[in-house]
Design a protein around this ligand. Structure first.
Ligand code: SAH
Length: 204
């Protein structure tokens, strides 16, 4: 997976390649799909949601330029696979999931794998973490029509946010940078994610 789907498609961040080579992806996969754990495609994880394809997980993580000191907000815990990668590369992860059953199962897997630097919240994350605070990095793992203002307020300065932005059928992966009070946006590539559903996202 690392050699062919990640390195072969231009993922160059050695820390990202290293952790994705070591983390057992099958631990996050619904049992019936375990034989596809290292293929480069999304897989169903229940309640109509999917675990993202490994390439896009690697690309989004690389875009976050993590060094190990960061506090990261993740919206869309899903299977917890992206959460595990973030927790391996940053200091502390705050992850939000709207489905109780996904959050519960992700938390159980991540605890079993020994992660102890993750905070969980079950609810609508489209407006950010429930406390008033900021994060060095923010990642959205579901597609959103526009970047919500409350999420930009929760982005530290300097800070970076990565999200798939656009209509339901196709989004653009964007990197939003906040620096000295100014916001700039860079487009990375076209992508397609499940919908981020909530107050500042899509309607259910
Ligand atoms: N990173 C996950 C991707 C899961 S798909 C993985 O690799 O498994 C996106 C997830 O976002 C889904 O689990 C979906 O339920 C969740 N989601 C959608 N809208 C949300 C919202 N408003 N708040 C929190 N989670 C949300």
């Amino acid at each position: 997976m690392v050699q062919f789907h990640l390195r072969g498609r231009g993922i160059a961040d050695l820390r990202v390649l290293d952790i994705m080579g070591r983390l057992p992806r099958e631990a996050f996969i619904t049992p019936g799909y375990a034989n596809q754990a290292y293929a480069d495609n999304p897989l169903p994880i229940g309640v109509g949601q999917t675990i993202s394809q490994p390439y896009i997980v690697a690309l989004m993580t690389q875009c976050l330029t993590l060094t190990g000191t960061e506090e990261v907000l993740e919206i869309g815990t899903g299977s917890g696979y992206q959460t595990a990668i973030l927790a391996s590369l940053a200091r502390r992860i705050y992850t939000v999931e709207r489905f109780y059953e996904l959050a519960e199962s992700a938390q159980a897997v991540l605890a079993r794998l020994g992660f102890d630097n993750i905070e969980y919240y079950i609810g609508d994350g489209s407006g950010g973490w429930p406390d008033v605070r900021t994060f060095d990095r923010i990642i959205l793992t579901a597609g959103i029509p526009d970047i919500p203002g409350p999420l930009l307020d929760q982005l530290a300065d300097p800070g970076w946010l990565v999200a798939p932005v656009g209509p339901e059928t196709s989004q653009m992966l964007q990197i939003v940078e906040k620096k000295e009070g100014r916001i700039t946006t860079q487009s990375v590539c076209a992508c397609r994610f499940v919908k981020l559903i909530g107050k500042y996202g899509f309607n259910a």
